[in-house]
Structures are given as C-alpha cells and as structure tokens.
Design a protein around this ligand. Structure first.
Ligand code: ADP
Ligand code: MG
Length: 398
C-alpha cells in the first residue's frame, strides 16, 4: 500500500527524521491561511498523487500551466493561485502513464535553500533477506536513469537484522555522499532513524529523492515515498487509515473485497483462472499467440459461485477488455461451480465480447453441459493451447 508524500513525512517525523514544515491543503479556499501559517518567504506547492516525477510532470488542462506539479511560490497570493490551478486537475508524469492522475490534495511546504541534492532509499532485498540501503550523490533525478548511465555513482549495502543499523552504516552513507564533520554526524543519525522507521512500520520501500543539504548546513528529506508491506498492515491500523482509495485501481479494490488476487494490466484479453501458476501460464500463452492479457486473476481454489460471478463482472466492467478467456483446471475447484458463476454473471451484466471457456478436471462434463444448455455464445476449447489461439483469433493480435 502506498501513501502520499505529506503522510510519509508525518510518519518519518515521528522517528525524528528531519523534514520541512508543511500543511496539507484539500480545498483551494484553505490555501491562504495555510500559507500564512507557514510564514514564507518561500513556499512550495506540491501536488499529492501516488506517483513520482511530479516536478517534471505536466497538467492536461491548459489553465493549470505547463510548470509541473511542484511549484515554488514567492507570495501568499501566488500560493493561492497555484493551489487553485492544480486542485482537481490531471497531472501526467513519467510514472502515471498517459491517463495521468487527478490531484485532490496539495501539500504546502516551506521552501528550502538547496545546496546539494542526494538520493537515498531503503527496500527489502529478497536476495539477502535484509533491508538494503541505496545511496547516491545523484539526487533529484530518477535513480533508474542513474543506474543506466552512472551505475558507479550508486552504493548499496544491507543491514543485518540481528544488529540493526550500526554507526558504520551511517558512515558509509556519509562517505558516499561526501559529507564530513557535523553533516556526517547528521547522516549517521538519519541512517539509524530511517532504518528504525522502516522496520517498525513494516515498510517495503522508503525513497528519499532528494535528500538535501540546505544552505544552512542541515540534512533534510525534501521528498518521501513509502510503500508498506500489505501483509503486515493488520499490525498498523494507523497506517491503514492513511489509505487513499481514490489513488488505487477501482477494479483492484473491488477484487480485494471478494478476496480475489487481481492485478490490472494493459492488454485486451481478460483472464479468469484458478491458481496463480496457471494464471501466469495463461498470460504467457496469450502473449505467445500475439495478444496481451488485460489482467492477472486467480479466483483461488475453493471459489464459490458468487465469487466467480464477482470476478467475471470485474473483468467485463473493464472497457479495455475485448475478449475473455476462462481457463479452469478443476481440482478442489469444481468445473460446474465455475460454469454456474460465469452464467449467473453473464445473465446479470450481459456479454458483449467473445468468451472462450476451457474447463478440465472435476465435474468437467457437468460444467460443459451447463454452459451448452445456457445457449450463451461461448466458444469452448479443449486445452490451453487451443483456448489461447481461439481467443486471440476472436480478438485480434495486439
Ligand atoms: P517529484 O519527485 O515527484 O518530482 P519532489 O518532491 O522530489 O517531487 O520535488 C521535485 C523537486 O522540487 C525536488 O527535486 C526539489 O528540487 C524541489 N523541491 C521539492 N520540495 C522542495 C522544498 N520544500 N523546497 C525547495 N525545493 C523543493
Ligand atoms: Mg522526488
């Protein structure tokens, strides 16, 4: 689960991590008061969306200006006008995709005097089963770019969970960033605090880009992006309360309500499959025959008719879906249950795209008979290969 920058900074602040003062603004009419509360003389008006690259992003609407989603303001008046321009508008960045994201919240922050910009992140490194730090002097730009063009400028190390962050980890950070004296001490303290926050809150990723040295000689986190391990959220109701569902894919929210494993993708073929492995294989074979899957969907082992029906509705509600492939291997799952669920959903929401169904395993004959008796326009397939070819032929290649 992701949260907004201003929420991430509030979480980090609890752990003593240095961040700028700021106020979240949800209504344009609150902008002036917020600006006065902060005091100036320099403010930064920051669009809050769950995507990076806001500074270099562009709004779709011309009246929001071409200046991007993070703007410096030099007066209360300017703050008010930038907030009014950004709220409700759609910001397109390198990370949002062409559709962009609507800006519903603004974070108004005191402007910092930036002397240097660095990059620092923490993430769970699966290969070492540890929390790893990624540190670079090349801040303020995308770390993926740095990795391509100047990978020698990126230093990574991981922390033994038994000892936790130790002073020498802080010294690696300071040395990598070329910091000495008091700034090196600040880097050491920051390293320990970020690690403590990461572990205490069960984060999956914590990215500070940029981490800055201010003209006053202070190390500060100017941006913060956090994603949390969804499996640990039950331990953190205070984090769960920060969830902003308007930032998430409505299809994925609906799927999670029905306990379905669903991930929205960009292709045209909706997939309903039981078992994660079979779902992956189904996506692979769709690609092999030249089309792209619209989603990953695992209905699980013991799905009920209602669950299958809910899954089918999520797939058909996606306007990108030009054809559907149902691929079920009935083990614990029974083919007749799948057939009944699909038919119940089709009767309710209709079927406007080609549907290929491949059933195999427990109660396959009953399942096939239910579909045949329904007189729905279903193309049946004998095996996975046959099913994939039939749906790709019906929909066309990507
Ligand atoms: P994003 O990464 O989404 O573009 P950032 O929060 O990193 O958003 O902001 C983009 C740039 O704007 C930063 O690299 C920094 O140069 C500048 N910036 C952000 N916050 C402040 C601030 N409080 N004071 C001064 N400059 C800022
Ligand atoms: Mg940033």
């Amino acid at each position: 689960m992701n949260i907004h920058e201003y929420q991430a900074k509030a979480v980090l602040k609890e752990f003593g991590v240095p961040v700028s003062r700021g106020v979240a603004v949800l209504k344009a009419s609150d902008a002036g008061a917020a600006a006065k509360e902060l005091g100036g003389p320099l403010w930064v008006v920051k669009s809050q969306i769950h995507a990076g690259g806001r500074g270099k992003g562009k709004f779709k609407e011309a009246e929001a200006g071409e200046k991007g989603g993070v703007r410096l303001a030099k007066s209360v008046k300017e703050v008010e006008s930038f907030v009014a321009q950004m709220l409700g508008k759609t910001l397109v960045t390198a990370q949002t995709g062409p559709a962009g994201k609507q800006v519903n919240r603004i974070y108004l922050e005191e402007g910092a005097n930036i002397a240097k910009e660095f990059y620092l992140s923490l993430l769970v490194d699966r290969s070492t089963s540890r929390v790893a730090f990624v540190v670079s002097t090349e801040g303020g730009m995308e770390i993926e770019e740095v990795a391509h063009h100047a990978s020698d400028k990126i230093v990574t190390f991981s922390v033994d969970p038994v000892t936790g962050a130790l002073p020498h980890h802080g010294r690696i950070v300071a040395k990598t960033l070329g910091l000495a004296g008091d700034l090196a001490d600040q880097a050491e303290a920051l390293t320990a605090r970020l690690y403590a926050a990461f572990v205490a809150k069960d984060m999956a990723m914590l990215e500070i880009n940029p981490l800055i040295v201010s003209a006053e000689g202070r190390l500060k986190c100017l941006d913060a992006k956090i994603s949390f391990d969804a499996n640990a959220l039950y331990r953190h109701p205070e984090i769960l309360a920060l969830r902003d569902e308007t930032e998430e894919d409505p299809k994925e929210i609906e799927a999670s309500k029905h306990d379905l494993s669903y991930v929205a993708l960009d292709g045209a073929i909706g997939c309903m499959v039981n078992g994660a492995g079979l779902a992956m294989a189904t996506m692979d074979i769709i690609k092999l025959y030249g089309a792209e899957p619209a989603n990953f969907l695992d209905v699980g082992g013991g799905a009920t008719k209602d669950k299958v029906s809910a899954a089918f509705k999520i797939i058909t509600a996606d306007p990108q879906v030009k054809g559907i492939l149902v691929n079920i291997f009935g083990g614990i799952m029974k083919c007749d249950v799948i057939a009944e669920g699909v038919i119940a959903a089709v009767k309710e929401v209709g079927l406007e795209v080609p549907l290929v169904v491949r059933l195999e395993g427990t109660n396959v004959d009953i399942g096939k008979k239910i579909i045949a008796d329904s007189r729905l326009n279903v193309i049946s397939a004998d095996d996975l290969d046959d099913a994939a070819q039939k749906i790709v032929n019906a929909v066309g290649k990507a």
